[in-house]
Write a protein of this length. Structure first.
Length: 328
């Protein structure tokens, strides 16, 4: 296996969860396989003299970084970072776009720059144009056989009609993350009007309505997919008492479980389209028997599944990408 130079476009190191962050798992996996790792922030990307460049720093994690659970105590002692240096992004073998949402205009500008780097010969994961095109909630509607009844609209009459037909529904913004701006609306809810008004910004923004799935009580399952193939275990994110959201950021608890036959069917149905679009690492959200979201920007839950089932998901991803590069 050849030594690769891998650049991670990511959030500031000091902002990461040392115990849970999936990007750190990828960095460690690359480091353990002898690859040279560099990191950049979005602000470190630039087009200079017609060439996309990055002001990157060499990065090395301490062997025991995962044991430093409290960043306030660990400080910066869990990593070593070299001096920043400008270089063309095409000089990297692999660029991992691992910037967390929000998916805003600055994120889109970053994909423009990364797309130019890909045109210059670098492999960018996930593919920048697909990051732009595949809204994590709307992209799921490309697979209607996998989805619950749903509607996408900014019109109050359409959304009210959907709620009247199904009674118990979930309304959410298309660009939401971490369970933010997700509302469960039941039959006769007097707040329906203000919820629609708030989510659509007074009728100016499209939102999604989905039939409420009571199976959320057993968990919102995160299924990780590497190059179209699902990991054998899902992380069921179980809502805390009184909540309708399973997101870990909303207080959910992650419990690992083997994929069900339906889970695997959903993943394999979507897999070929993910490969076609250059979406090498994706997180599917499944409640009961239904796909609800396709997370393409910065999928997480690697560390939780690794810990519960003695897996090395990040290692499998790095090895898969290495094989593709060597076969190119």
């Amino acid at each position: 296996m050849s030594t690769l130079e891998i650049a991670f476009v990511m959030d500031p190191l000091q902002s990461l969860s040392l115990k849970k962050d999936s990007t750190l798992a990828m960095i460690r996996a690359a480091q353990l396989r002898g690859h040279a790792v560099h990191y950049l922030l979005q602000e470190d990307l630039a087009l200079i003299d017609g060439v996309v460049q990055g002001c990157s720093r060499p990065l090395r994690l301490r062997a025991d970084f995962a044991e430093s659970l409290d960043p306030a105590i660990a400080g910066n002692n869990w990593f070593e970072a070299g001096e920043p240096k400008w270089r063309p992004l095409r000089q990297f073998d692999l660029i991992m776009m691992r910037k967390d949402p929000p998916f805003d205009m600055e994120y889109i500008y970053s994909t423009y720059l990364l797309e130019r780097a890909a045109e210059d010969g670098a492999m960018v994961v996930n593919r920048p144009d697909s990051l732009r095109d595949c809204n994590e909630k709307f992209f799921a509607t490309s697979f209607p056989e996998c989805c619950p009844p749903l509607v996408v609209s900014r019109r109050e009459d359409v959304l009210r009609a959907f709620q009247a037909e199904h009674g118990n529904v979930v309304l959410k913004k298309l660009d939401g993350m971490g369970g933010m701006n997700v509302f469960r609306v039941m039959e006769g809810d007097p707040n329906l009007g203000v919820i629609i008004e708030t989510l659509t910004s007074g009728g100016r923004e499209q939102i999604m309505g989905q039939v409420y799935l009571p199976e959320i009580a057993q968990g919102d399952k995160r299924i990780l997919v590497i190059d179209g193939q699902p990991v054998d275990y899902a992380l069921a994110r179980i809502p805390k008492t009184g909540e309708a959201r399973g997101n870990l950021a909303a207080g959910g608890t992650g419990v690992g479980q083997p994929l069900s036959e339906r889970d695997r069917q959903i993943a394999l149905t979507i897999g070929p389209e993910l490969v076609k679009r250059g979406l090498s690492f994706v997180g599917l959200d499944v409640i009961g028997d239904y796909l609800t979201e396709v997370n393409v920007t910065c999928p997480t839950c690697i560390r939780e599944l690794d810990a519960q089932f003695s897996l090395d998901i990040a290692g499998s991803l790095i090895e898969s990408l290495t094989a593709k590069l060597e076969g190119a």
